[in-house]
Design a binder for this molecule. Structure first.
Ligand code: 8YV
Length: 323
């Protein structure tokens, strides 16, 4: 019997291609340029499985055009780029990569928040541009983190890891808003208190967004929310572009409605709202929250493990909940 054919839609380490080739006829994209949708569909013809990242759009149109697909395995914890209901309706497995990236992503989210609070990237630009002539009382005064109130919007694995960093490492008071409350014992362990969204906005000194993207949270943070935040507050988004109204954020940063922001994800990425490139009080990184070599390898290995199990009669370790 011929071996199933798969497409590895983005770059992976050569040894992982080798591992997949032990089970499948593998077509790869080591050039790692995201495939335009028509080319992705064309290259998926006859394929039983596909390895994707958060960049590839797996929608009903693609699934209709690729009737052989049986498994979509993404190297990401977020999967809003995949129409899971359409996959489920066609009996197609969808998997993601939770847990293996939790700590790296939480580290990065906390680092971004610190960088925004203490104006680290703004200070570096100031120094590199030769503008530092002497120390002054107000030079790059930021806002404190230690002992302040950490607000977390979205309290899943990554949000809880961030809460641990704040409560245990920085003596912070942790409040959170989530669709579902955590159990009392987890709240006690984290020292976290559930609050409604309005309270989260009003009380947080540092607000971190780690909520999974869905239309229900599109522009969950916009002009109205910035108006309710402290003028000394910072906002950090490591969730997904679209959770924040980036145009409203530019306005809030320009007007000083909040002190600073840090973004790893953007509406329309890799393009950004041009205003974000003009305001000094924002830290900008290119969607790298999970990007350590070890964690990227663990994510790719887990996505491949799901693909192998799904297409060889095994049990995929991390299927996403079917819609
Ligand atoms: C991905 C991410 O690695 O896991 C996610 O949801 O956004 C990142 O960790 C990146 O999007 C590439 O897939």
């Amino acid at each position: 019997m011929s071996r199933p054919a798969i497409l590895v839609a983005r770059y992976v380490l050569p040894e992982l291609l080798e591992r997949l080739s032990q089970h499948f006829e593998v077509e790869s994209n080591q050039a790692d340029q995201p495939l335009p949708q028509p080319e992705l569909i064309d290259r998926l013809q006859g394929k039983r499985g596909v390895f994707v990242t958060a960049s590839e759009r797996i929608d009903a149109g693609l699934l209709d055009a690729c009737p052989d697909l049986r498994a979509v395995c993404t190297m990401a914890v977020g999967y809003n780029n995949i129409d899971v209901a359409a996959c489920t309706a066609r009996g197609i497995l969808v998997s993601n990569t939770p847990d293996v990236l939790t700590e790296s992503t939480a580290d990065f989210g906390f680092a971004l928040m610190l960088a925004a609070a203490r104006r680290i990237t703004e200070s570096e630009r100031f120094l590199r541009e030769g503008r530092w002539t002497h120390c002054t009382y107000t030079l790059m005064n930021g806002v404190d983190v230690y002992g302040r109130t950490l607000g977390i919007f979205g309290m899943g694995r990554i949000g809880q890891a961030i809460a641990r960093r704040g409560a245990l490492g920085f003596g912070m008071k942790v409040i959170y808003h989530n669709r579902n409350r955590l159990s009392p014992d987890i709240e006690a362990t984290l020292g976290a208190r559930w609050v409604d969204k309005d309270t989260l906005l009003r009380e947080a000194d540092h607000l971190l967004l780690v909520v999974p993207y869905s239309p229900t949270v599109h522009h969950a943070i916009g002009a109205g929310e910035f108006a309710r935040m402290k003028p000394t507050a910072t906002l950090t988004n490591i969730a997904r572009g679209g959770v924040v109204d980036d145009a409203a954020l530019v306005g809030a940063l320009r007007a000083g409605r909040i002190a600073a922001a840090a973004l790893d994800v953007y509406e329309g990425e890799p393009k950004l709202n041009p205003g974000l490139l003009e305001v000094p009080n924002v830290v900008l990184t290119p969607h790298i929250a999970s990007a350590t070599a070890a964690t990227r390898k663990a994510m790719a290995d887990l996505a491949a493990e799901n693909l192998i199990a799904a297409l060889t009669g095994g049990t995929p370790p991390t299927p996403v909940p079917s819609s």
